[in-house]
Design a protein around this ligand. Structure first.
Ligand SMILES: [Zn+2]
Length: 249
């Protein structure tokens, strides 16, 4: 069984078509991650339509938090809590910082991220975490708040941070970036199989091509090639890790 643990079906125009094609390619489990209130409802509707293959992670993408009004933020969080039992995880959540991010926005992102860590413990569901421009902060907060079940999505780091990462129980999902980014390739090569899951972050584009869950076996083959092992071993490890992290949900 292949699984795509991180994608955004609410952004696809033709989700049903993609799901059928993915299933044909052997991708039997897909976690549709929501990033907004509107996306949450679309993801839940898709799960109703394809209950065997689609699971839903409910989240609030850090880049949307500050642009929403306070009442919209409250409504979004309330909906997430209300539908938590229908979700396999909370995601996409996390921190997204760049030079333009104000102190006020950073504080708000951190406050909501901490709320999700609490929800994760309360509902005993994993977190699917985004970290852009914030890798050290994300790792620090997750550990300070004693987060237990964590998937770091599209996480990539250098040697020193890899050491910190290896001390945690966190899993990491590698996506289509591994097909052409040397940095991600080096990271994937070093990441132990015991931590590896596979994702697409679709419908993101890579080298001008819109990716989808159908790409999962291709991503796995590339990782296998980098590690000098059979794709089957990558599949087995990813399947085992999927069960360990999401199995009971
Ligand atoms: Zn994403």
């Amino acid at each position: 069984m292949w699984a795509d643990v991180h994608c955004h079906f609410d952004y696809f125009e033709n989700p049903a078509e993609i799901i059928v094609a993915a299933e044909k390619a052997g991708v039997k489990r897909i976690i549709a991650n929501s990033t907004t209130l509107e996306g949450l409802h679309k993801c839940l509707a898709l799960k109703m339509q394809f209950p065997k293959i689609i699971s839903v992670a409910l989240g609030y993408h850090p880049t949307h938090i500050f642009e929403d009004s306070a009442s919209k933020r409250e409504e979004t969080m309330n909906h997430i809590i209300q539908h938590a039992s229908e979700a396999i995880a909370f995601g996409e959540v996390g921190l997204d910082f760049d030079e333009q991010t104000s102190k006020e926005e950073k504080e708000l992102q951190v406050a909501i991220f901490k709320k999700f860590i609490l929800l994760s413990k309360e509902f005993k569901k994993p977190l699917i975490v985004h970290a852009r421009g914030s890798r050290a902060e994300v790792l620090r907060i997750l550990q300070e708040e004693n987060a237990q079940k964590v998937l770091l999505h599209s996480f990539v780091c250098k040697e020193k941070q890899m050491k910190d990462l290896l001390k945690t129980s966190f899993f990491v999902s590698v996506g289509a970036g591994v097909l052409n980014s040397e940095w991600i390739q080096k990271f994937a090569q070093e990441l132990p199989l015991e931590k590896l899951l596979l994702e697409t972050d679709s419908p993101l584009e890579f080298s001008g091509e819109q990716c989808s869950s159908v790409w999962i076996p291709r991503i796995a083959s590339k990782i296998a090639e980098l590690k000098g092992i059979q794709a089957e071993n990558v599949q087995k490890a990813a399947e085992k890790n999927f069960q360990a992290l999401f199995g009971k949900n």
